[in-house]
Design a protein around this ligand. Sequence first.
Ligand SMILES: NC(=O)c1ccc[n+]([C@@H]2O[C@H](COP(=O)([O-])OP(=O)(O)OC[C@H]3O[C@@H](n4cnc5c(N)ncnc54)[C@H](O)[C@@H]3O)[C@@H](O)[C@H]2O)c1
Length: 195
Amino acid sequence: MRQAGLAHHGRASVLVNNAGIDVVRDMAGTSLADWDRLFRVNSTGMFLGMKEFADDLHEEAVAIGQLSSVVNMSSICGLIGVAFQVAYCATKGSVRLMSKAAALEYAALGKKIRVNSIHPGTVDTAFAAQCLKELGEVGFAPSPEEARAAIARAHPIGHMADPYEIADAIVFLASDASRFLTGSELTPDGGYTAQ
Ligand SMILES: NC(=O)c1ccc[n+]([C@@H]2O[C@H](COP(=O)([O-])OP(=O)(O)OC[C@H]3O[C@@H](n4cnc5c(N)ncnc54)[C@H](O)[C@@H]3O)[C@@H](O)[C@H]2O)c1
């Protein structure tokens, strides 16, 4: 992964750990295999990404004279509990504290790397469409359409996020405009967690 990334980009001053999967099911129906799969992708993958790129990020920061940035994708499910998403919430909660611990460790070691987590509300992607379908299957709403309307209403801003609304927040965390932020959480969630 590291070599492919560097072959493509040449250098690394930003690492966005974005890969993630979900399973919307009650706890009884969530298997140990589901649990392990979610942790491997959502949490272990992020740990490995930071380990792999730390030296590159530090060296590039020294070369360009500004801190490198790691942006770790969490979710509102990393801040609050959500029914039927025990495994997902557990992985996304781990992202939040892994990010804070990494931020403090890099600072303590003098590594020129900031680390922040980002916690979007529901984003209108294929991922969300699958979650809405599964929410229907566990009885959250009679149909995916009604689940979709209920989820949109749950965001005080009145709609799910467009992916570009989250991309803009990631660009902010990745850029030097956020240079005094490390170990923090950004919540582009349409007000969901303010309630
Ligand atoms: N869509 C939402 O409502 C929402 C809300 C909050 C957070 N998130 C998070 O945002 C991130 C992106 O989600 P999205 O909505 O764009 O969904 P998506 O399904 O479009 O994107 C997920 C990405 O993860 C990659 N991926 C999955 N398993 C992988 C693996 N084993 N190895 C490498 N890559 C893998 C996929 O290829 C895909 O590019 C995820 O971490 C998700 O948990 C999504």
